[in-house]
Design a protein around this ligand. Structure first.
Ligand code: ZN
Length: 216
């Protein structure tokens, strides 16, 4: 039997709202919206879009952003119980996020001992404006300039696993195609329906937990 792994998106999946978008709404000048539109439509690469959006925010805002996300980001209900269940079953929980490491690790601080690994873009604060370093670029599996390329990571590090996946948005379609069992929320449900890919809908981690414990 294959070893199982649970792969999950972060923004809008673990959290109720997209934290990256909330940071932009709160800290960036209006130009971010035009860049985000181009990113979503595929006119520019995801990596270029993320970089240009964060380039709009001064590095000096780092601590203020962290305080703000800790105050405002809400994790979906049942996350802790869900992690406990996976730990009991020895199923590693891995985050594949196109967001930035600095806010993800802060929001997830209480849960870090129960999380196997977080793949995300690296935020840099050593220049006047925030910059982004891309560590997991697309290999042969993808041509979308992801920044954090989920198909690339899946094939490099989790090829021989039975792969669960949870996601909410457009960047999760491709990842879903490379996984065995999909949990979807928000817009990802519509995209997967359109592409005839099977999934289980969820709103909280209790929903996922119920399905997993029946399946094991
Ligand atoms: Zn990619």
């Amino acid at each position: 039997m294959l070893q199982k792994v649970f792969l999950s998106d972060f923004d809008g999946t673990i959290t109720e709202k997209d934290v990256l978008v909330s940071i932009m709404e709160h800290f960036a000048p209006q130009e971010w919206k035009e860049i985000y539109k181009e990113l979503l439509s595929g006119k520019i690469g995801i990596d270029e879009g993320i970089k240009r959006m964060f380039n709009l925010i001064p590095s000096i805002k780092k601590d203020e952003i962290i305080d703000w996300v800790l105050e405002n980001a809400k994790i979906r209900d049942g996350f802790e119980e869900f992690l406990d269940y996976l730990n009991t079953k020895e199923i590693p929980f891995v985050i594949l996020s196109g967001g930035l490491d600095f806010y993800i690790s802060q929001i997830l601080k209480p849960y870090l001992p129960k999380i196997h690994k977080i793949y995300a873009n690296k935020a840099l604060f050593d220049k006047e404006f925030i910059d982004v370093q891309f560590i997991y670029k697309c290999g042969d599996y993808c041509n979308k300039s992801c920044g954090v390329c989920k198909p690339y990571i899946i094939h490099r590090d989790f090829k021989n696993f039975y792969r669960y996946y949870a996601g909410d948005g457009i960047t999760d379609i491709l990842a879903s195609k490379h996984c065995h069992f999909i949990f979807a929320t928000s817009n990802l449900k519509l995209y997967l329906r359109k592409e005839n890919i099977d999934f289980v809908p969820f709103e909280t981690f209790y929903d996922i937990l119920r399905v997993l414990s029946k399946k094991q």
